[in-house]
Write a protein that binds this ligand. Structure first.
Ligand code: SAH
Length: 235
């Protein structure tokens, strides 16, 4: 009895780790949600597949329900893989799943993944740090739980590069907040569906990026490193 919490990477099936592939091959059952590329599931031979994500017109399962499913499967099967996009501990609620399983005495094996926050810009040639340009980066959610009373995201980050995940829905409000601390002309690069054949890149500034046509899932990258990328690509 073991549950592997596995990062699936940002989409390109070649960006899955060897450890993830080995866990998928051992799996009796795979629990997954919205993945950038379902081809990754092909690495599991003959395992039962359980989808717990959003379907068109339907709500996704609540986190507590997913935890219950994992606990039940963990008790029943030799090897369960819980597959999550990117890295399981970067906004994936993987930490909560780990704690729920451990509380029930179910062993957990953790398999990190290439997070979209870094992996997607890297595949394009957009470095999140760059000598002489950026010595730090912050990865932040653009969609803090709206039911939270005290907001943890204040937008006054000092890092040279800001990477926003889940940043499309509230892009206008969030960039307005960031402009209280950073120049409105700071360059911004948005990458939709990174590492997939439908990848799209949108360039702008803090001031105008919200006016562009942008659809999720997308990353919002803010800071002078965007100019490094623009120069190599001759945008
Ligand atoms: N654990 C994941 C993040 C989950 S939150 C990770 O480490 O990557 C989901 C958000 O990740 C999306 O809203 C989007 O902002 C970002 N994301 C994930 N995959 C992406 C991709 N292929 N291209 C662009 N953004 C992506």
């Amino acid at each position: 009895m073991v549950v592997y919490l596995v990062g699936a990477g940002p989409g390109d099936p070649d960006l899955v780790t060897l450890k993830a592939v080995k866990a998928l091959k051992k799996a009796d059952v795979v629990v997954y949600d919205r993945l950038a590329n379902e081809e990754i599931l092909d690495y599991a031979n003959g395992a039962e597949m359980i989808y717990v994500g959003k379907r068109a017109g339907a709500h996704s399962k609540k986190q507590e329900e997913i935890n219950e499913i994992l606990i039940e499967l963990g008790k029943k099967h030799g090897a369960v893989v819980r597959l999550k996009g990117g890295d399981p501990f970067v906004f994936g609620r993987g930490g909560e799943e780990m704690l729920a399983l451990l509380e029930e005495g179910i062993p957990v094996e953790l398999v990190p993944g290439v997070t979209s926050a870094i992996g997607v810009p890297t595949t394009l040639g957009l470095p999140v740090t760059h000598r002489g340009v950026a010595t730090s980066f912050t990865v932040v959610t653009g969609h803090e739980d709206p039911t939270k009373k005290d907001k943890q995201v204040k937008w006054n980050y000092k890092a040279d590069t800001i990477v926003i995940l889940m940043g499309v829905g509230h892009l206008e409000e969030n960039t307005r907040e960031i402009m209280k601390y950073k120049d409105p002309n700071t360059p911004v690069c948005v990458i939709e569906k990174g590492t997939s054949p439908d990848e799209k890149i949108v360039l702008g500034t803090l001031e105008n990026i919200h006016q562009k046509d942008i659809n999720p899932p997308a990353l919002v990258i803010i800071g002078p490193v965007v100019d490094v990328f623009k120069n190599i690509k001759n945008f």
